[in-house]
Design a protein around this ligand. Structure first.
Ligand code: S3P
Length: 170
């Protein structure tokens, strides 16, 4: 494996960034950093609690700090939170230093996966119409990542293999 760049997964809530990131880290033998988990570890609270007690603005600040610190490391597989890539500072770091892959799914697939989530504050707060709007708006930004995979027709391991191919050739 010649590339030393971090491999960063971006995409909406429910796009499989965490589970695919874990599989990638086992296959490539690189450490996996799940930014949401890292935030929960450092803040000693769940994401839901952070949103409730300290608010979204506070969460986004912590998310920015931890994401940027993590993106500066090497040989990591990193899964950003669904909103992380919307932050221009985080995005700049991803695009300048990392190989990025957007896990793209049909909107209805994502909605089905996230609408009943009890641990995602935005999925709890927004109705289906608002979630769809968020997906459409964010997709324009996710689309700036280096690679895009349309995941709907693929099995999990096929997604993993595709990402490894893209990474090895980047
Ligand atoms: C968010 C996505 C979540 C988490 C937080 C906010 C978002 O991460 O960071 O609930 O704004 O889309 P996942 O994409 O891992 O669910």
């Amino acid at each position: 494996m010649k590339s030393k760049k971090n491999l960063v997964l971006v995409g909406m809530m429910g796009s499989g960034k965490s589970s695919i990131g874990k599989l990638l880290s086992e296959k490539l033998n690189y450490e996996f950093i799940d930014i949401d988990n890292k935030i929960e570890e450092i803040e000693k609270k769940t994401i839901l609690e952070i949103f409730k007690v300290k608010g979204e603005k506070y969460f986004r600040n912590v998310e920015e700090n931890i994401s940027i610190k993590s993106l500066k490391l090497q040989n990591k597989i990193i899964s950003l939170g669904g909103g992380g890539y919307m932050n221009p500072n985080i995005r700049k770091n991803v695009l300048n230093k990392c190989t990025s892959v957007w896990l793209n799914w049909k909107h209805d697939t994502l909605i089905k996966r996230i609408k009943n989530s009890k641990k995602r504050p935005l999925a709890i707060k927004l109705n289906i119409f608002e979630l769809k709007k968020l997906i459409v708006e964010r997709s324009k930004i996710y689309n700036s990542s280096e690679h895009k995979i349309n995941c709907d027709k693929l099995k999990k391991m096929q997604i993993v293999e595709k990402i490894i191919q893209l990474y090895e050739n980047s």
